[in-house]
Design a protein around this ligand. Structure first.
Ligand code: BG6
Length: 473
């Protein structure tokens, strides 16, 4: 079996999609706390000015699955499956409610102390994202989000506080969730709201520069605080972009589209802007404003490992007419791939694409990889206190098989955390109905339900996978 003995099997969630308790113990509002569920959410994400001045009937992040209060029983269930690692994020506004304070909120810090202790109690390694779509709302409204260079300073302060506080409890850290999402859903990724007539690409890439510098500064702080122990990773919303045909122009287009995604990781891993970015910026009319010292910081503090989410591959064409038939998949446009099936939400299912993506990432960076999100969002039917989620088992089995093939190809892989190991609020749609978990949570799209947890069929299946280190799928 190609997987190493101490392979890190586990599951992943994010604070804003699970914790709820959105004002408890001094927590401030996060940008995601003004977003509704359902069709209105997509609208709000792309017209955040409207979202900020609208009152919606339901905000799914406010209560989510109440993980803030149920984490002990939930972690116990993860331990029962044999998780070696549990990925979650720290809610930045729990620690700095507005974001620009000088002193952190002790109650927020205490919550994560207890949460990480609970993981450790079961020998589970926490894998912690510093910023997962929940920049403090105040920083968005008062400072314009990540377009403002001041955010580097606020983020660095926050990172230093939590890195110091949990230095003996957490080893694996991710600086930004899906950092390239800034290009696709700029409000989520960077708290960006655009003015009419401004060059949107300029704003996005300037914000990206700020995040990249902030990420390196967090890595610097980590090295200063606990060089021996910490492992710092970047996080990419990955998925190879295929050419629509073997026409050279289509291939070239796919190369360019892939570069746009890899851009972030190229900087975070290699420590400098890639040479192709000069032309890319010229064509987009982008001029990055840098300060003295930025280039040195990027160079000196690259990440230790490359983490990524993988849900699907994508397809692009050089022909604008053909590309007009693009549809959405995890917020990224893609043409329909005739060889693939799709999920109920239209995301194309491509297990081999995971192997392709892993090979590409490893060839490019030669640093250990970590799959920190993968899974199937599906409608589950609770019957006799369980769910026969064979479709989920099938999805995961095929992906894990390809993951193991990639390791056999020579890829160095630290671990695998399936997304939404317990049902949680969907990031893209705000729905509860789009479920990923091994554990069913009795809550509906309106937030109604007992909140009770039920094991799905996939619960025992995944337990076996972990127990046999991937031998029994
Ligand atoms: C990733 C995010 O983009 O995809 C998660 O990091 C998100 O936060 C996941 O939940 C699945 O997307 P969705 O829209 O189905 O929740």
């Amino acid at each position: 079996m190609p997987l190493q003995k101490d392979f890190l099997w586990g599951g992943a969630i994010a604070a804003n999609q699970a914790e709820g308790a959105y004002k408890k113990d001094g927590k401030g509002m996060a940008l995601v706390d003004v977003l509704p569920a359902g069709n209105e959410r997509w609208e709000a994400l792309f017209h955040p000015k409207v979202a900020l001045s609208t009152t919606y009937s339901h905000y799914p992040s406010h209560e989510a699955i109440d993980f803030y209060h149920t984490y002990k029983e939930d972690i116990k269930l993860f331990a029962e499956m044999g998780f070696k690692v549990f990925r979650t994020s720290i809610s930045w506004p729990r620690i700095f409610p507005k974001g620009d304070e000088l002193e952190p909120n002790e109650a927020g810090l205490r919550f994560y102390d207890e949460l990480f202790d609970e993981c450790r109690k079961y020998g589970m390694e926490p894998l912690v994202t510093l910023n997962h779509f929940d920049t403090p709302l105040y920083l968005v409204e008062e400072y314009g989000g990540w377009r403002n260079r001041k955010l580097i300073e606020f983020y660095e302060r926050y990172a230093k506080v939590v890195l110091k506080r949990y230095k003996n409890k957490v080893k694996y850290w991710l600086t930004f969730n899906e950092i390239n999402m800034l290009l696709h859903i700029p409000f989520f990724g960077g708290g960006l709201i655009f003015d009419d007539n401004e060059n949107i690409d300029q704003v996005k890439f300037q914000a990206a520069h700020h995040q990249l510098v902030a990420s390196s500064l967090a890595t610097k702080a980590a090295k200063e605080i606990n060089e021996e122990h910490f492992m710092i990773g970047c996080m990419l919303a990955a998925g190879e972009i295929y050419p629509h045909t073997c026409h050279p122009n289509d291939l070239l287009k796919s190369v360019k589209e892939n570069q746009k995604q890899y851009f972030f990781i190229d900087v975070q891993s290699r420590g400098e802007y890639p040479s192709y970015s000069n032309r890319m910026f010229k064509e987009l009319g982008v001029v990055i404003e840098m300060q003295e010292g930025d280039k040195e910081i990027l160079k000196q503090y690259p990440v230790d490992f490359i983490s990524f989410s993988y849900y699907s591959s994508r397809v692009t064409s050089a022909d604008p007419e053909t590309n007009k038939n693009s549809s959405q998949g995890n917020a990224m446009e893609t043409l329909k791939n005739p060889y693939l099936k799709s999920s109920e939400w239209g995301w194309q299912i491509d297990p081999v694409g995971l192997r392709v993506t892993m090979n590409q990432l490893y060839d490019r960076y030669q640093k250990p990889l970590f799959i920190v999100e993968n899974g199937l969002g599906a409608v589950d039917k609770l019957e006799n206190e369980t769910i026969e989620d064979n479709y989920r088992i099938e999805y995961m089995r095929e992906h894990i098989k390809e993951m193991i093939e990639a390791v056999d190809d020579g890829v160095d892989l630290l671990g695998y955390t399936s997304w939404g190991c317990i049902d949680l609020v969907s990031a893209g749609t705000g729905e509860m109905k789009k479920r990923y978990g091994f554990i069913y949570v009795d809550r509906d799209n309106e937030g109604k339900g007992t909140g009770k947890r039920y094991k799905k069929k996939s619960f025992d299946w995944y337990k076996k996978v972990i127990e046999t280190n991937g031998e029994q799928l």
